[in-house]
Design a protein around this ligand. Sequence first.
Ligand code: G6P
Length: 608
Amino acid sequence: MCGIVGYIGEQQAAPVLLDGLAKLEYRGYDSAGMAVCDNGEIRMVKATGRLKVLEALTKGGSTLPGTAGIGHTRWATHGSPTDTNAHPHFNGSASIAVVHNGIIENYQKLKRKLESRGYHFVSETDTEVIAHLLDRYYTGSPLEAITKVMHRMEGSYALGIIFQDHPDEIYAVRKDSPLIVGKSSAGNLIASDVPAILKYTRSVYFMENEEIAKLTRDDITFYNIDEEELEKEPTEISWDLSAAEKGGYDYFMMKEIYEQPKAITDTISPRIRDGKIVIEELGMTDEEIAQISKIYIVACGSAYHAGVTGKYVLEGMARIPVEVDLASEFRYRNPILDEQTLVIVISQSGETADSLAALREAKAKGSRILGIVNVVGSSIAREADNVFYTWAGPEISVATTKAYSTQLAALYLLAMKFSNVRGTITNEELTSMIEQLQQLPRQIEFLLGSHDRIQKFANRFLAADHIFFIGRGLDYAISLEGSLKLKEISYIHSEAYAAGELKHGTISLIEDGTPVVAVLTQEELYRKTISNIQEVRTRGAFVMTVTNANHTDVEKNADFVMYLPETNSYFTNSLAVIPLQLFAYYVALGRGLDVDKPRNLAKSVTVE
Ligand code: G6P
């Protein structure tokens, strides 16, 4: 799970590489490196730590001359984050340099074989195997060496490669890890993701599995693994670079929290036409929708939490049984699936390794796969039978906010569509729900206006050791997300509990002053959760509640209350998540942490 870039053109390569890497730091940021070809020699600099260390070391790239090079920002998988393990990696004579994103699953076997032939390894990485393997098969043709190596490697890889003997070429290779190629008048580029090259071009080729690209200063040629030339068409990127930059906010996370009204509007409005839900990309006839016997929702992290909300909404509204599973569990548990089962895979990046593997498992069993994906052209989007794109735009902060909110919106639209087709809601109910759905962006804007109040409250918990979240039904689903948001960026231990389950253990952890966040938006469960609040308060808990505006009586039982505007009871999580995101953000900010780049985490988890 790393970011790679490459450049060949008329400009000095190193500054271009640093520029691109800065846009890819969200993919990993424990070390970085570059290799540049200059006067028939490959020179390399790498450094442990954030990109700014590499920037300082190379004086913004100026100490590394040359107009063709590759760069890498790393998130360690094999071997700890050290200078030696940082990329690029080399063959013994330093004539071939490689940057890699992914995992070579059979690297130990390959390493043993290479060692028995006298190859000497310096790092603990799987990537170094690629450099030595290329050396082993290189007899003058880079393409031939690359394809031979591809035949021997198992696992996932996006690669950038330079050969000292071919100083006017860089090579890109892709299998199961994202890689794009950009063509510009200033030269040609490769990158793990679009923002890295948007400054130079909007004309982008999405590489497919087992494809190779050869880039020269003014040409790009694509090949398959049989060394046959391929014809590929570029895609014009329509979104702006400013969409991938902070735009005046201190952190991307805050910018992305504020982008939620727009992201939700962009996701729902193309799917509402003349008072009806129209989801053309679903590719399902009404008959097929009527025949769905079961839905599995499979995802990781916050996307899984969106799925938990989806279960309550789809079951409640459309009366279809729904099971939600973590992709890492689903893929190994031999799930019972058939052609009437719809499997929904939710993923912001569309590249999460476990979610992709779960998709393949379900596909092999004959189920229809619907991807709810944010990144266009990503692996999950390409492999699903149908894709429902969430239009959140690029999300940079590791902790997701706007992508999560658009996933909720996508699930509501699906539930409304299925319910309408299956006759579990009337046309009048649908009309009223559509109106309520369309009001969500404005209501979120209203809630964002309370950020000062939430910041003041959050500042009281900067030294907390534990914070608990409780709720029932949909309020439990949003508690899971509120708790994850807090722990991932503030490093405060936090757990979410179904409020009714408290008595079975967790309540023993409540002491004088323990912060508890209680969510109560479901009218029929309100009294039940109030009883749970009373139980924790009796034991000294300090309680924040998030509830509906009509429940001012909650103030008797709470130390701080956030009121939500009125909406349909199925949509409350879209509103409740706002104070929870702000709370997590301000606690992390108050603790002086790097909100966008929490330790040990990465945005796109492309390894198992
Ligand atoms: C990482 C991110 C989370 C995200 C999860 C799943 O853990 O930090 O924000 O929810 O991966 O990612 P996906 O791209 O599949 O939604």
